[in-house]
Design a protein around this ligand. Structure first.
Ligand code: PMP
Length: 427
C-alpha cells in the first residue's frame, strides 16, 4: 500500500469520503486520490514523492505555476503584521483598484472568501435590485454550491450524477430556470414565457464544468440583448475564466460587457478569495449603503489580498496571455495529433489557458451539454489512469476543464505529449 492509499484510508475514517470537496475523491475515475505533499512550478508531488505535471492547478488559481516566489514573498511579508483584523485595510483598496483596472465593467467590487459566496451574493443582489425571484442558468454550468445554483449543475454534481442535490427545498429550486448552453432560442422562449419575472441570467462565458465548452458565435451577445430587452441582470460567472481566458477575462476576449461579474480562483493566487462586482448602480444596493445583505468575517483578509494582488500584478507584466494561449494551443494540437496517430477519435476545445478533450467519434465540435455528456467516459477513465501512471495529473473527471500555467514550458508540454502518445496507444 502506498502513502496515498494509507492516508485515504485514514481520511475516510474522519472526513466524509476522505475529502473536503467531492471531485478530489476520484469518484469520476475510480481509484485512490493522490495525496499531495508539495508543489513547485508545473509539478505536484504526492505523498510518495512521485512528481506529476499538473493540469489541475488547484482547479484554476495556479496560473503562474505553484509556489510562485512573488506570491510567497507577499504572503510572508503581510503575515508579519497580523493575520486578520476584521476592520478595513489599505490593501483592500489596492486590490479592488487592480481588479477594476483589469476588468473595467467591475465599477464597484466586493471581496468574498470563495467563488460560491461570490455567485450566491451576486444572485441575491440581482434579485434585490430587480425585485424578481426567478433566475436563469444553463444546464451543466456550475456556479458553486449555493441552493439556488445547484440545479442541473456541472462539475462534481455532474460527476457524481446528482444534478439536483437533496436538501434544497422545492420552493427554492422552483425559482431556478434552466436552459441549454449555447441555445439562444431557448433563452428567448423562456423569457417570452416568464416575461418580467427573471432577475438575472448567470452564465459561465466559457463553460468549464462540463469539460470545456466554448460559446458559439452570437450566444453571449444574444444574452446581453435579452437582458437589455427585459431589464434583467446579466451575470458572467468568471470564477474560472477570469484572468485566464484573457487578462480581462472572457468578457474582454468576447467583447461582451456583463452587468455583474463573479471572480474566484486566480484572484486569490491560491488563497481563499472570491469577488463580485459590476455596475455602480447595481452594486450600490449592497449593505451598508443599500438593503441587500452581504458580509464575511474574513472577506478581504489581508493575507488573501496580498497573495491575490501579487498574482494579479505578476500576471499583468508583459503579455503573459500570449504565452499561455500559445502553450495551450501547442498542447491541444499535440494531443489531437497523438490521438490521430493512434487511431483514437478526440475532439478538443480550448481558449486562453483552458482546455478540454472529449472521446467522441462525432466529427462535430462539442458545443452542447448533450454532446459533452454523450462522450465516452469509460475511455476517459482509462486514459486518466494511464496518464497518471506516466506522471501526468489531469482533472479526475471527464467533466472538468484542464488548466495551463506560465510554468508549463515547452519541456512540460513535450513530456505530456510523449506520455499521451504512449497512453493513446494502450487505450
Ligand atoms: N463558479 C464557477 C464557474 C466555478 O468553476 C466554481 C468552482 N469550480 C465556482 C463558481 C465555485 O467556487 P468555489 O469552489 O470557490 O466556491
Amino acid at each position: 500500500m502506498n502513502h496515498s492509499e494509507q492516508l485515504f484510508n485514514s481520511a475516510k475514517q474522519i472526513i466524509p469520503g476522505g475529502v473536503n470537496s467531492p471531485v478530489r475523491a476520484f469518484n469520476g475515475v475510480g481509484g485512490t486520490p493522490c495525496f499531495i505533499k508539495r508543489a513547485e512550478g508545473a509539478y505536484i508531488y504526492d505523498a510518495d514523492d512521485k512528481a506529476y505535471i499538473d493540469y489541475v492547478g488547484s482547479w484554476g488559481p495556479m496560473i503562474l505555476g505553484h509556489n510562485h516566489p512573488a506570491i510567497l514573498a507577499a504572503v510572508i511579508e503581510t503575515a508579519q503584521n497580523g493575520l486578520s483584523f476584521g476592520a478595513p485595510t489599505e490593501l483592500e483598496i489596492t486590490m479592488a483598484e487592480k481588479v477594476r483596472e483589469l476588468v473595467p465593467s467591475m465599477e464597484r467590487i466586493r471581496m468574498t472568501s470563495s467563488g460560491t459566496e461570490a455567485t450566491m451574493s451576486a444572485i441575491r443582489l440581482a434579485r434585490g435590485y430587480t425585485g424578481r425571484d426567478k433566475i436563469l442558468k444553463f444546464e451543466g454550468c456550475y456556479h458553486g454550491h449555493a441552493d439556488s445554483l445547484l440545479v442541473k449543475a456541472g462539475s462534481g454534481a455532474l460527476t457524481m450524477g446528482v444534478p439536483n442535490s437533496p436538501g434544497i427545498p422545492a420552493d427554492v429550486a422552483k425559482h431556478t430556470l434552466t436552459v441549454s448552453f449555447n441555445n439562444i432560442d431557448e433563452v428567448r422562449q423562456i423569457f417570452a414565457k416568464y416575461k418580467d419575472e427573471i432577475a438575472c441570467i448567470i452564465v459561465e462565458p466559457v463553460a468549464g464544468n462540463m469539460n470545456c465548452v466554448l460559446p458559439v458565435e452570437g450566444f453571449l451577445g444574444g444574452l446581453r440583448e435579452v437582458c437589455d430587452e427585459h431589464k434583467s441582470v446579466l451575470i458572467f460567472d468568471e470564477v474560472m475564466t477570469g484572468f485566464r481566458i484573457a487578462l480581462g477575462g472572457a468578457q474582454a476576449h468576447y467583447n461582451i460587457v456583463p452587468d455583474l461579474t463573479t471572480l474566484g480562483k486566480v484572484i486569490g493566487g491560491g488563497m481563499p478569495v472570491g469577488a463580485f462586482g459590476g455596475k455602480k448602480e447595481i452594486m450600490d444596493y449592497i449593505a451598508p449603503i443599500g438593503p441587500v445583505y452581504h458580509a464575511g468575517t474574513l472577506s478581504g483578509n489581508p493575507i488573501a489580498m496580498a497573495a491575490g494582488l501579487a498574482a494579479l500584478n505578476e500576471l499583468s507584466i508583459g503579455d503573459k496571455h500570449e504565452q499561455l494561449s500559445a502553450s495551450t494551443e501547442k498542447l491541444a494540437m499535440g494531443l489531437k495529433a497523438a490521438a490521430e496517430r493512434n487511431g483514437v477519435s478526440l475532439s478538443i476545445n480550448y481558449a486562453g489557458a483552458m482546455f478540454g478533450f472529449f472521446f467522441t467519434d462525432s466529427p462535430e465540435p462539442v458545443t452542447t451539454f448533450e454532446q459533452a455528456t454523450a462522450c465516452d467516459t469509460d475511455k476517459f477513465r482509462r486514459f486518466f489512469h494511464l496518464m497518471l501512471e506516466n506522471g501526468i495529473y489531469l482533472a479526475p473527471s471527464a467533466y472538468e476543464a484542464g488548466f495551463l500555467s506560465m510554468a508549463h514550458t515547452d519541456k512540460e508540454i513535450e513530456l505530456t505529449l510523449a506520455a499521451a502518445d504512449k497512453c493513446f496507444a494502450q487505450l
